[in-house]
Design a binder for this molecule. Structure first.
Ligand SMILES: [Zn+2]
Length: 137
């Protein structure tokens, strides 16, 4: 086992950075500084990060791509329930009510994580610096 004083290898640093980003993603934090809260209410977002000041909506229509993530997540979440209800041979009204209720209950979660996942993926593909980092260099 490595001593803490030794420098981490590039692979170890990459794993550590990935773990930090995953933890920030789970906690719905800023994709740039990994600390600032993104949402201020159930569906309401901050326009800028309260910690680093980066603007979340990078350009007009920036969050359209998160809709694809949301559709996919909705499909992946609702399909097992639909299949289970099919094999339980429930009536069409019960099937519809269960699926609609599940969709309504999960909508805020899917909406929020679709945007967060998109923002973090975009940050990894096309990194940008925070307003504070821009001021330093
Ligand atoms: Zn930030």
């Amino acid at each position: 086992m490595r001593a803490n004083r030794q420098k981490a290898t590039p692979g170890e640093r990459a794993i550590l950075t990935g773990m930090k980003r995953l933890w920030a993603l789970i906690r719905q934090r800023c994709p740039v500084c990994l600390q600032g809260q993104v949402f201020l209410s159930l569906f309401g977002m901050h326009t800028h990060c309260p910690v680093c000041g980066v603007k979340y909506e990078r350009e007009t229509g920036y969050f359209l791509n998160s809709m694809f993530i949301g559709y996919t997540a909705g499909f992946l979440v609702l399909t097992p329930t639909a299949v289970l209800l099919y094999f339980l041979d429930v009536s069409i009204p019960v099937f519809s009510i269960v699926i609609i209720l599940e969709a309504l209950i999960l909508t805020p979660l899917i909406f929020r994580y679709a945007r967060i996942i998109w923002m973090h993926a975009d940050q990894m593909l096309d990194p940008r610096r925070s307003e504070k980092q821009k001021g330093i260099s």
